[in-house]
Design a protein around this ligand. Structure first.
Ligand code: ZN
Length: 686
């Protein structure tokens, strides 16, 4: 591992912050914190923290000594001075003389000592930083260091590698006791350059930001050098099927098996979003004959547990074309995973004599031999975090096994961290959005109604896949919606392309729950004289494309086994034909019946099929030129024409989007047509 320190960057950052009155020491602290946070081999998703001891003026104008330490909720790679809240140092140091200090009191005292009362909570490892005398203190969960410490003889390995340059601290849960223990070990030999925290991570110190940072790089490099010596071959591969199933085939089954019925709302499910990862290192790991031992031994460092749980679900290798067998196998595996988790909870809750409430027992990481691994989360973001940590664990455990045997903290220690209130606080407690955990796919997404509907579904918490013929516009929409929104340029009349787009959405999120089949275009012609080709083209887009989309949706939804919503955009032409609009109205009428056919045949699988019947919406179909022409033909202003309905109101794409959103959540409604047209008796359904 090489130092990423660049003098020029440092000078530029100091200059930039000096303009806001940020002292150079704090700018330097920001700089090396970002360097550490940008390397996933050192820091991943909150696994690390840094501090500097300095002086600031408090709100009353008094000059005080403070510890500026990483605040919770800040990402080290993108930290700003505000992410290093200042805490009064002297009173923090006096805590060291106490015998005991509860976590709740520790947090309250730390908050009470903040210079800025609005600052974020200082890190849970604040006291460890405060009790050490050095000016700059850096802490990471380096994978190479963890590969050394997560061994039965980890302490001996570290002593040999570091030869007295680092103190070795036995495993204790983060908090007051660990801070005292680490300080005591430091005091035995104050010349140490840092500390190894067994089965947890590494600290380095320095008089300057550069010294602390470059010591981290040097110590991690020593660990890496040790990992290159005396390696044995890992892992012996298990017997695998000739032809492995594809991700698109496997993901919906994994997702369905890891979903649970919502006990409070009939027809609702708690579904995970999936993130798939594979590669030579991952395959070597998941294909190992001995995976059940090393992969289920536990977490490489304790704070992974809140994101990945203590062990992954391991499933039987899926064979191409044998989805049914895989489904049965994974259902049994999930059942036993949940039973194991419940037993683990009961055992440890009893031991603690605490009245803990059991967390969701479903897996967060699934290892699939022959294929790779899935991270699971309530959002794509959380799924990616789980997958990142799982990938990091694969690397750490592979190296640990290559030089010895992986042995992490024990079950009781993992439980204490998993059920530690301060760790749970990191997960946040925002109320869940109505479509959290669901994947919505919208066709014709670049048009006015598709665009508004995609935004409405994303706003309700769904992950979004956008299909449209117009590549440029659909990519721009995905970028604008942000998050993990997926742009899938696709001609909906090409059944092979539709299938490929569904496969991509499934590979991206694990499955599909809500499908808004919206792509359409209006062809005109007097029905007795219209060219056959025009009528056929309209049927391709306004009927067959809906059928291709619905067919693929049902295929994925049946594999998941958690129901779903099929939503069709049908025009008022489907029930109220207009002169010369036969080529448009006829396939739309067929699509209205198509929705009912799906409702009839798939209701028993929890798949609902509904349609929205909209009229007179400004869109690619009803262009400004067309509006002007029609209004003029009737002797109306454009507004009078657009609001020519019973309510006298103009109807917008957002109004239609709200109807789709309603249907996405209306668990007891199927075979319905919702009219959004301001009122048109001739098009009213009966
Ligand atoms: Zn840590």
């Amino acid at each position: 591992m090489e130092s990423a320190w660049v003098d020029r960057d440092v000078a530029a950052l100091i200059d930039r912050y000096a303009k806001d009155g940020v002292p150079a020491e704090l700018a330097l602290r920001v700089y090396t914190t970002r360097l550490l946070g940008s390397d996933p081999k050192l820091v991943l998703h909150g696994g690390g923290n840094t501090s500097v001891k300095t002086r600031v003026r408090d709100l009353l104008g008094e000059d005080v000594e403070v510890l500026c330490v990483k605040g919770s909720g800040w990402d080290m790679a993108r930290i700003e001075p505000a992410g290093l809240p200042a805490v009064r140092l002297d009173p923090l140091k006096t805590l060291r003389s106490r015998e005991a200090l509860s976590d709740e009191d520790m947090v309250r005292i730390q908050r009470a000592l903040l210079i800025d009362p609005m600052a974020p909570n200082p890190s849970v490892e604040t006291l460890l930083h405060a009790f050490l005398p050095q000016k700059f203190v850096d802490h990471t969960h380096s994978t190479a260091v963890l590969s050394l410490t997560d061994q039965p003889d980890g302490a001996a390995v570290c002593r040999e590698v570091y030869d007295g340059r680092l103190g070795v601290v036995p495993y204790l849960m983060p908090g007051f006791r660990l801070a005292k223990k680490a300080a005591a070990i430091h005091d035995v030999d104050p010349s140490v350059e840092g500390l190894i925290l067994l089965k947890h991570g590494i600290f380095t110190f320095g008089h300057t930001a550069r010294e602390a940072y470059e010591r981290m790089i040097e110590m991690v490099s020593l660990a890496e050098a040790r990992l290159r010596r005396g390696r044995k071959a890992v892992f012996a591969t298990a017997q695998l099927p000739q032809r492995a199933a594809s991700v698109a085939e496997v993901a919906p089954i994994v997702r369905g098996a890891c979903s649970r019925k919502d006990e409070k709302i009939e027809g609702a499910y708690r579904r995970p979003i999936l993130e798939f990862r594979t590669g030579p290192g991952i395959l070597n790991y998941v294909n190992g004959a001995d995976a059940a031992r090393y992969a289920r031994a536990g977490v490489v460092t304790p704070d992974h547990t809140i994101r990945t749980k203590n062990w992954p679900l391991i499933v039987a290798p899926p064979e191409a074309g044998k989805a049914g067998e895989f489904q049965l196998a994974i259902e049994a595996a999930v059942k036993s995973f949940v039973e194991n988790y419940q037993a683990y909870f009961a055992r440890n809750n009893l031991r603690c004599n605490h009245d803990k409430r059991m967390l969701d027992p479903m897996p967060r990481v699934v290892l699939v031999p022959g294929l790779g691994l899935f991270g699971l989360g309530r959002s794509k973001k959380d799924a990616r975090i789980a997958a990142d940590l799982a990938e990091s664990a694969v690397a750490t455990i592979t190296d640990a096994e290559a030089i010895g045997r992986f042995e992490p903290i024990g079950e009781a220690e993992m439980f204490d961290v998993e059920y530690w209130s301060l760790e749970q606080a990191k997960l946040g407690k925002e109320p869940e959005q109505p479509l959290a955990g669901q994947v919505a796919l919208v066709t014709g997404a670049a048009g006015a109604i598709g665009d508004a509907t995609a935004r409405a579904l994303a706003g309700a918490g769904a992950e979004i896949a956008l299909l449209d013929l117009d590549e440029e516009r659909v990519c721009a929409l995905a970028a604008d919606i942000g998050g993990a929104a997926l742009a899938l340029p696709c001609d909906a009349t090409d059944s092979r392309r539709v299938r490929a787009a569904f496969d991509a959405a499934v590979a991206g999120f694990g499955g599909v729950d809500i499908v808004v089949s919206n792509a359409g275009a209006a062809w005109q012609g007097r029905i007795g004289e219209v060219e056959e080709a025009v009528l056929r083209r309209s049927f391709e887009l306004n009927f067959f494309a809906h059928q291709f989309v619905a067919q693929n949706a049902v295929r994925v939804m049946l594999a998941q086994g958690t129901g779903g919503a099929l939503l069709f955009n049908v025009s008022k032409q489907a029930v109220n034909p207009g002169v010369d609009f036969g080529p448009y109205g006829l396939p739309k009428a067929a699509t209205l019946l198509l929705a009912r056919q799906y409702a009839l045949e798939y209701g028993k699988h929890g798949i609902r099929a509904n349609a929205v019947n909209a009229d007179r919406i400004r869109s690619g179909l009803l262009t400004p030129e067309l509006i002007a022409a029609r209004a003029a033909a009737r002797g109306l202003s454009e507004r009078e024409y657009m609001a020519g309905n019973l309510l006298g109101r103009q109807v917008t794409a957002e109004d239609v989007a709200r109807a789709f959103l309603y249907h996405a959540t209306a668990l007891k409604t199927t075979a319905d047509v919702t009219t959004v047209d301001g009122g048109n008796i001739a098009a009213a359904l009966r």
